[in-house]
Every structure is written in structure tokens, then in C-alpha cells.
Design a protein around this ligand. Structure first.
Ligand SMILES: O=C(O)CCC(=O)C(=O)O
Length: 289
């Protein structure tokens, strides 16, 4: 008998979808089957061994904080995950879009000693996109106690979009701007935590956090002896369009040539963004025929 998939349709209720729209973030326990976590672990291992696109934050610190984006093209485990698992269906339900495209995959690893907090930021600032149908699923394959969990500010996706933090200068000041133009500078949230509606959870592998890229989030430090390996799967739906960002820095991930094909306001359709739902024709072949 085949192993049973998690019945995600019973867990993703209309109330939860409403909560996502209001808060921009929801936590769902044990939504992903352990077999998908195995696939993610294999994918992260391949990425760490192969990717040349790694960025290290806080250079010189004892702990390592690596982030690497868009490894999907050469990570078959991530392809199988995004085509075969219910992740795209779940995110499609939250963004209310029958068609779902992958914006990109994003791996974060904190390892080898104390690792600082990820600075507060909104992902949307770094991406050349606009629209409402956007969501990321943050998946950890290592347990994360609440005091080391990523933190989210409920409702902030409906407020100001700030400039990003600047990864190479994050140790100096985590509010130093990424572009330095076009957006207001990040507020010092750490200095005034009580003024913000901060959410976080104790996380066991299999639990997920689904969040809107306009939500302010940060945190997730790791202490001595702990390792945190996470994958964020970022998707978008039908109303998302190409949008401009200040020219002072490239957007994330780098997409050379995109602006030669798309102008601001054009639907975000490009080979950079594979469609996950409905499944593309080449994924529908019957391998048993
Ligand atoms: O895992 C982290 O430390 C950062 C995650 C994050 O910022 C994201 O998924 O957008």
C-alpha cells in the first residue's frame, strides 16, 4: 500500500487563508511529509557542495551564515520537490491563484558556532516584482527552538516597503541601506521591539511558516553546536508583474536579460520562472506506458 500524503486540504482552512491576508504570515505544524524533508536535505547537500552562487554574511564571524539562491535548474531534488509535493498547491491556495510559478528557491545555512540574527528586512524590496499573489514557504530540516526562530511582524506587508539591509555591511549596522535610494531606511526594530507585533514559534521539521515577501522578518540566530538548514520556496500567481527597482544595485537573484524582454507592468513570464501549476506538459508524461 502506498504511504499516505499529509491531508493538507483539511489543514489549510479558509480562516487560515484569511489570517495570511491579514497578518502576512501563518505557522502550520506538521504539514510536510518526512519524505519531502529527505528530498530537501539531499537538495541542500547538493547545493552546498556544488553551488558557486553562495553569499556569506558577517565575514570573519565564528559561525557561518550562507545563503544561496536559484539552484533549482541544477538541483533535481528541488525540481521533484516543487513539481511533485503539495507545496505549490498549498501556496496556490494561500495566494488564491490556480496558476503558480516558481520565483526562486533560497537556501539558508547557519552552522559552526554562534551565528547572529538575520537582520530585519522585507524580501520584496530586493525583487523586481509587484502584485499581491506572492508567498514563500520557509521549511527547516533541523529543529528550531522559539528563541532561535525567524521572527515576523504581523501585518507589516500592508504597510511601508523599506530599503533592504546590505549583507556585506550587516555586521556594521543592520539598517544600512541596500540601494540607498527609492525606499525609506529600515527602522531600528531591535531597539524598539515592544512597539511591533512580533510572531515566532517553536519549530519541528515538518512544520512550515508561510509568509508574504512584504512582511518584515529577521532573527533566527543559532547558538553554539546548533545547525539550521532551511529552504524557502518562493512562488507567485497571476497578478504578479515585472517592476523596477533602483539601478544602484542588482535585484535578487540576478536575472540578466530580464529587462530586455519585460517592461514594468508586464506579467512576469520568462524562462527564469518555471510554471509549477498546472503541471507543465513535460511533467505529465506517463512513465509506465
Ligand atoms: O533563514 C533565515 O535566516 C532567513 C530567511 C529569510 O529571510 C527568508 O526566507 O526570506
Amino acid at each position: 500500500m502506498a504511504i499516505e500524503e499529509v491531508k493538507w486540504q483539511e489543514r489549510v482552512t479558509p480562516e487560515l487563508v484569511q489570517q495570511y491576508k491579514r497578518d502576512g504570515v501563518v505557522f502550520i505544524d506538521q504539514l510536510l511529509h518526512p519524505l519531502w524533508l529527505q528530498l530537501i536535505e539531499m537538495g541542500i547537500t547538493r547545493v552546498l557542495n556544488n553551488s558557486t552562487r553562495k553569499q556569506t554574511f558577517f565575514a570573519g564571524d565564528e559561525g557561518q551564515f550562507i545563503d544561496t539562491v536559484r539552484n533549482w535548474e541544477f538541483t533535481p531534488e528541488f525540481q521533484r520537490l516543487t513539481y511533485d509535493s503539495p507545496i505549490a498547491d498549498i501556496l496556490g491556495t494561500f495566494i488564491d491563484s490556480p496558476r503558480v510559478w516558481l520565483l526562486f528557491d533560497h537556501v539558508f545555512v547557519k552552522d559552526g558556532g554562534n551565528c547572529r540574527r538575520t537582520p530585519w528586512h522585507q524580501d520584496l524590496t530586493y525583487w523586481p516584482v509587484a502584485g499581491t499573489q506572492l508567498a514563500s514557504m520557509w521549511i527547516t530540516i533541523d529543529p528550531v527552538p522559539q528563541h532561535e526562530c525567524l521572527e515576523y511582524i504581523a501585518g507589516s506587508h500592508r504597510e511601508t516597503l523599506y530599503d533592504g539591509f546590505d549583507p556585506p555591511r550587516a555586521a556594521e549596522d543592520p539598517t544600512l541601506p541596500f540601494y540607498g535610494e527609492g525606499f525609506p531606511r529600515l527602522p531600528d526594530i531591535e531597539a524598539n521591539r515592544s512597539q511591533w507585533d512580533i510572531r515566532s514559534w517553536d519549530i519541528t521539521p515538518g512544520d512550515v511558516v508561510i509568509f508574504h515577501p512584504g512582511v518584515l522578518h529577521g532573527g533566527g540566530p543559532t547558538s553554539e553546536g546548533r545547525r539550521r538548514r532551511t529552504l524557502s520556496v518562493r512562488v507567485f500567481g497571476e497578478d504578479v508583474v515585472f517592476d523596477e527597482r533602483p539601478k544602484s544595485r542588482p535585484t535578487v537573484p540576478r536575472t540578466p536579460g530580464l529587462e530586455l524582454v519585460l517592461k514594468p507592468g508586464d506579467p512576469l513570464r520568462h524562462p527564469y520562472y518555471p510554471r509549477l501549476r498546472p503541471l507543465p506538459e513535460h511533467q505529465l508524461q506517463n512513465f509506465f506506458e
